[in-house]
Design a protein around this ligand. Structure first.
Ligand code: ZN
Length: 398
């Protein structure tokens, strides 16, 4: 025994070193899987997205430099969870996913402007001022952007509540953070964007609604004047805007009966498609929709709210794109729209983000592999007979 003592000690040390090495390898493997699934995957997927070309450019023979094309990114319904309904793990996971997706997209695609079409927060409709400022802080961290990229946010029902929950207090705290004065017109590179607070399109004459309507009528007048000569009597006092049909951006879609005509892999699931939409809840009322088209004659409408994709043609000529939710909490395959826009043309491309079920499959496979390796290492994976033999040998050794 005295002779075997030191040798046995060396074997023991070697065994524990081997085990340490093995565990370290497993740890590295687990870290590698995390790195792929929660970091690199966004680069691999988003790098495949390209800014669309404007097809009419060559047809018209006009020379258009890349500087004159506005690269705009549109996303919607981020629904940052609040303190009441949000579980911390759900919050952590969803916010990490959205932050990584957004930051990777900014880095790879370098848009000039980003529009978020409402429902930025999930609980803005009832959050206390303290919860609101915490949500805002997290939003500002997740959606941080360089100074040469503009971020424009449009209000949604989860930010200020549905029409009967909407108050001037909630509206003004949203305005303060996002500088979104309801019903606003912004012009970039000669392109007019009309930003609408669609929650205030109830049409019941409430103070917020009637103020919003008056502003929209004024904006419509400004845009109409842009097509007329400045010497025109009615337009003498109006600020001159580029003569370009506007793009309408809002949270609620314009009225449509249901999503039954919507197609595409990220349209609503078949069992939901035929459910009729409720006016002023799922979509704008027919009257409010007619007014917006009448006032602005937009060349394109982009909206959110339904969390699913859809393309509709209003009056046979005005396309509306419903943008699906940007959060994996609402979709397995979120996306955003990339638009190359000029004052006369536009071209859109949808950029899909990683499928969550695929990421989960990779995690599960890696987890199962780790478990098998661990069990095999500790010799717990042998058939019963071998396992018993192994125990007897061990017993004899002792
Ligand atoms: Zn909504």
């Amino acid at each position: 025994m005295a002779v075997l003592g030191p040798a046995f000690g060396i074997v023991k040390i070697l065994r524990s070193r081997k085990r340490g090495c093995f565990l370290l390898t497993l740890l590295c493997f687990a870290f590698f899987v995390f790195l792929v699934c929660d970091f690199l995957v966004y680069y691999v997927v988003i790098v495949q997205c390209r800014w669309p070309d404007i097809r009419t450019e060559t047809q018209r023979g006009s020379k258009r430099t890349s500087a004159s094309v506005l690269k705009a990114m549109f996303l919607s319904d981020t629904h940052l969870l609040g303190e009441i309904k949000g579980h911390w793990l759900d919050k952590l996971r969803r916010e990490w996913q959205m932050e990584r997706a957004f930051q990777t997209a900014l880095w790879l695609l370098q848009p000039d402007i980003v529009f978020i079409l409402g429902d930025i927060f999930d609980e803005g409709k009832w959050s206390s001022s303290q919860a609101w400022s915490e949500d805002v802080k997290r939003f500002q961290k997740m959606f941080r952007h360089p100074s040469d990229t503009e971020l424009v946010a449009i209000v949604g029902n989860h930010d200020i509540g549905f029409h009967y929950e909407m108050t001037t207090y909630k509206l003004s705290r949203f305005d303060r953070v996002f500088n979104f004065t309801s019903e606003k017109l912004i012009t970039r590179k000669g392109i007019n964007f009309v930003l609408v607070n669609s929650v205030a399109r109830e049409g019941d004459g409430c103070i917020i609604c009637s103020t919003a309507e008056a502003k929209l009528i004024e904006l419509s007048r400004k845009l109409n004047c842009s097509w007329k000569k400045h010497s025109n009597k009615e337009c003498g006092d109006v600020e001159q805007l580029p003569a370009s049909e506007p793009i309408l951006l809002q949270h609620y879609p314009l009225y449509r009966r249901s999503d039954s005509d919507c197609t595409g892999e990220d349209s609503a699931p078949p069992e939901e498609k035929s459910i009729p939409f409720k006016e002023k809840y799922d979509v704008l009322s027919q009257e409010a929709s007619r007014k917006l088209i009448w006032w602005f004659h937009p060349r394109l409408i982009l909206s959110g709210h339904t969390h699913s994709a859809c393309e509709v043609l209003h009056d046979g000529k005005i396309p509306e794109i419903s943008i699906p939710s940007f959060s994996w909490r609402n979709r397995n395959n979120p996306s955003f729209i990339m638009g190359s826009i000029t004052p006369t043309d536009y071209s859109l491309h949808k950029c899909f983000l990683p499928f969550e079920n695929r990421v989960i499959t990779i995690y599960c496979t890696a987890g199962a592999l780790l478990l098998v390796l661990l069990l095999a290492h500790f010799r717990l994976l042998m058939p019963p007979f071998c396992f018993a033999q192994h125990l007897i040998i061990k017993h004899k050794e002792v």
